[in-house]
Design a protein around this ligand. Structure first.
Ligand code: SF4
Length: 248
């Protein structure tokens, strides 16, 4: 193991055996939501770079579908693709319209910026920041999240969910005091003008514990911990590997 990402970290916390299946055995079935999320991320990043007119969301969806690592466990139906692309066609114009209101006079610093920084011993933290923009003297680290109708209060106060941007801020090259972090929620089902939300997180009071937990997790992975955490089989969602050949 030479690096750990945020998604590896959260997968291991939820179930070390699921981490083994996904990151050691590399069993990663695709899904309509994974493909849609990748297509939307790329579209948003292209918009920020000024070249979103060169490709459409359906074209990007097709591209990511073609490049899938593995077949989905659930078949991806044409009617579901049409529905999800229609939802994207509603929130993307709002995103494009609202971005400069959320970050007035912004300057693009980077999109899809790779972070690869030492965490502990021979383990690095690896991640990709969706976008970094600068407004006056402040750097804004942005992560796009496609979601159903937004995040509820439980999700907005779930420290584990908020650590992603906190890690990005911690491992980025920018001064901690002059950096802010935001999630841009892109809602598939929401009333007009409420389909895009900027959710800003103050990570200063969660980062210390987060780094301790990340380090501990990386060491447990390094030691080969692959226990089955059965309490995660059905909560908060049904694990896709439950009762398959990968986890009986
Ligand atoms: S089915 Fe349960 S034990 Fe198996 S990988 Fe999923 S969460 Fe872990």
């Amino acid at each position: 193991m030479s690096h750990i990402s945020y998604s590896e970290f959260t997968t291991f916390l939820s179930c070390p055996y699921r981490h083994k299946i996904q990151y050691i055995d590399r069993v990663r079935p695709t899904s309509i939501h994974l493909i849609f999320g990748s297509a939307v991320h790329e579209y948003c990043e292209r918009f920020l770079l000024g070249n979103d007119t060169l490709v459409t969301l359906p074209e990007l969806f097709d591209l990511y579908y073609e490049e899938r690592e593995m077949e989905p466990f659930q078949p991806i139906l044409k009617k579901d693709i049409e529905q999800i692309l229609q939802q994207g066609a509603k929130f993307l114009p709002e995103f494009k319209q609202n971005f400069s209101e959320m970050f007035p006079n912004y300057k693009i610093i980077a999109t899809e910026k790779e972070i690869y920084k030492k965490l502990v011993d021979k383990i690095n933290f690896k991640g990709y920041i969706d976008a970094i923009v600068k407004v006056e003297d402040i750097y804004h680290i942005i992560d796009f999240k496609t979601c159903y109708s937004g995040w509820n209060q439980y999700r907005k106060s779930d420290i584990k969910a908020l650590l992603q941007n906190a890690f990005y801020k911690y491992f980025s090259d920018y001064n901690f005091e002059s950096t802010q972090t935001h999630y841009i929620l892109l809602k598939r089902v929401a009333p007009a003008k409420q389909r895009v939300e900027k959710f800003t997180v103050d990570s200063s009071n969660i980062i210390e514990k987060g780094i301790q937990q990340l380090t501990k997790t990386a060491r447990m992975i390094q030691k080969g911990c692959t226990i089955k955490k059965r309490s995660s089989c059905l909560r908060p969602f049904r694990c896709q590997f439950l009762k398959t050949k990968f986890c009986r």
